[in-house]
Design a protein around this ligand. Structure first.
Ligand code: AMP
Length: 284
């Protein structure tokens, strides 16, 4: 397993893979790896000759009051996990090599980036689409692997690839959960025991809403109100950014439920912001 820190060296290595007619599967991450990340890595290995994983906590996708400085970092543990998965290459650039002095180009997907999380994290997706564009230009994958856990991110990146004619396929892998349903996330490490228990409310609320919908309720606003009521019953939930029923393509809130829908939640427990979602197909 090769560990590369310099973008130019990664580019050279990818060029060599391509000359050898090897397909590259790419998993971008911010590290502190868990089974959710590893599920993407396994899929990338399965589908391609070569799997490249990046570990980069991207400063430009964090707001000024967000957790960039204290974001969990576990480089040694991550390297060990990726070695066990038999990953070919880890790309681990430092901030100054990704954003050297004079850096002034940003890539922005408008509209869908401003919905859901974008409304509460201004500039977040601009940071994401900029770094993903850079990473794709550096790693040159055939297939990009993302998790459904960050559903909006996958929609925004699909739009980016389509609009800029980027020759990369995308695979969105299912959300990996703890036994009690909590979606795995590097940020779960911030939670103390009590908060960790409280966090179960998120998936429970998604499941409860989906059951009500499956029972025949078609009113999106009614479902949204039920979700808010349920989430507010948990005293350790400090803020609800959003909860409700959305169109999975446009991310616009849905009033009348039909066909495919996205149920999504973003909230804070203490200072920790957690997100989760499920997709639901309705037989009308
Ligand atoms: P992150 O390190 O949080 O930026 O995540 C890197 C990639 O892993 C993203 O595509 C995430 O959607 C994905 N991911 C994070 N958590 C999970 C999970 N619990 N299940 C599946 N994929 C995940």
């Amino acid at each position: 397993m090769e560990i590369i820190r310099i973008p130019k060296v990664m580019q050279e290595t990818s060029r060599k893979f391509l000359r050898e007619v090897k397909t590259i599967g790419f998993v971008p991450t911010m590290g502190a790896l868990h089974e959710g990340h590893l599920s993407l890595v396994r899929r990338a290995k399965q589908d391609n000759h070569v799997a490249v994983v990046s570990i980069f906590v991207n400063p430009i996708q964090f707001g000024p009051t967000e957790d960039f400085e204290r974001y969990p970092r576990d480089i040694e543990g991550d390297i060990e996990k990726l070695r066990k998965e038999d990953v070919d290459t880890i790309f681990m650039p430092d901030v100054s090599s990704m954003y050297p002095e004079g850096f002034s180009t940003y890539v922005e997907v408008v509209d869908i980036s401003e919905r859901l999380c974008g409304a509460f994290r201004p500039g977040h997706f601009k940071g994401v689409t900029t770094v993903v564009t850079k990473l794709l230009n550096i790693v040159k994958p055939k297939i990009l692997y993302l998790g459904q856990k960050d559903y909006q991110q996958s929609v925004v990146i699909k739009r980016l690839l389509k609009d800029l004619d980027m020759d990369v396929d995308i695979v969105v892998c299912p959300t990996i959960r703890e036994k009690d349903g909590l979606a795995m996330s590097s940020r779960n490490m911030y939670l103390d025991n009590e908060q960790r228990n409280a966090a179960r409310i998120i998936y429970r609320c998604l499941i409860e809403a989906s059951e009500i919908i499956k029972a025949g309720i078609k009113d999106g606003v009614y479902i949204k109100n039920i979700m808010f009521k349920k989430l507010k019953e948990e005293p350790l939930v400090s803020t609800i950014d959003y909860a409700g029923v959305y169109d999975p393509d446009t991310l616009v809130e849905i009033n009348e439920i039909k066909k495919e829908i996205l149920l999504a939640i973003a909230l804070r427990i203490g200072n920790t912001r957690l997100i989760d979602n499920i997709l639901l197909e309705i037989n009308t």
